[in-house]
Design a protein around this ligand. Structure first.
Ligand code: NI
Length: 177
């Protein structure tokens, strides 16, 4: 349908808590998801949350086979996730690099739970219940944070590991704009 402008950090709409989706399989929901997918694909995103295009609903999408923004990341299945609930399986966290389409050109080291269960529904109201690890767990935590009004820089513990992608990773052709 359309590539939408992605809101950037500083926009108050990114700081809101999103509302639950109550109706599934509607034309409006399908149109929103098409816009989100078009926008994510156009920007090579690993994921996108509805608030990033100014829609205050608990809707995230994520997934890729190969991603130019995260060339070393393992494949994550394309997923539409609504009304998510996250549960850490263990207390263990690990630091890893993250970027965000709402924070263009920057990367930071963010601690995330390594083992994660996520539950929710897809666009038709069908249950999703998965236990994941690695980059899959990271991207789900990142996207679902958007639904709570949290951007990854708010999670950074060590600001020595926060900077511009082209300076942090010189010569590495990481797409980040
Ligand atoms: Ni993001």
């Amino acid at each position: 349908m359309a590539i939408k402008p992605v809101l950037k950090m500083g926009d108050a709409r990114l700081l809101q808590v999103s509302e639950k989706v109550s109706q599934f399989g509607t034309p409006q929901l399908h149109a929103l998801l098409q816009d989100m997918q078009d926008t994510m694909n156009a920007l090579n995103g690993a994921g996108l949350a509805a608030p990033q295009i100014g829609v205050n609903l608990q809707v995230v999408i994520f997934g890729f086979e190969k991603n130019q923004r995260y060339p070393d990341a393992d494949e994550v299945p394309f997923t539409v996730l609504l009304n998510p609930e996250l549960t850490a399986i263990a207390d263990e966290q690990e630091e890893g690099w993250e970027g965000c389409l709402s924070v263009p050109g920057l990367r930071g080291m963010v601690p995330r739970y390594t083992q994660l269960r996520y539950q929710g529904v897809d666009q038709f109201g069908k249950t999703i219940d998965r236990t994941v690890s690695g980059f899959h767990a990271r991207v789900v935590q990142h996207e679902c944070d958007h639904l709570q009004g949290i951007l990854y820089p708010m999670r950074i513990k060590d600001f020595n590991s926060f900077g511009f992608t082209d300076v942090l990773f010189p010569g590495q052709e990481i797409v980040d704009d």
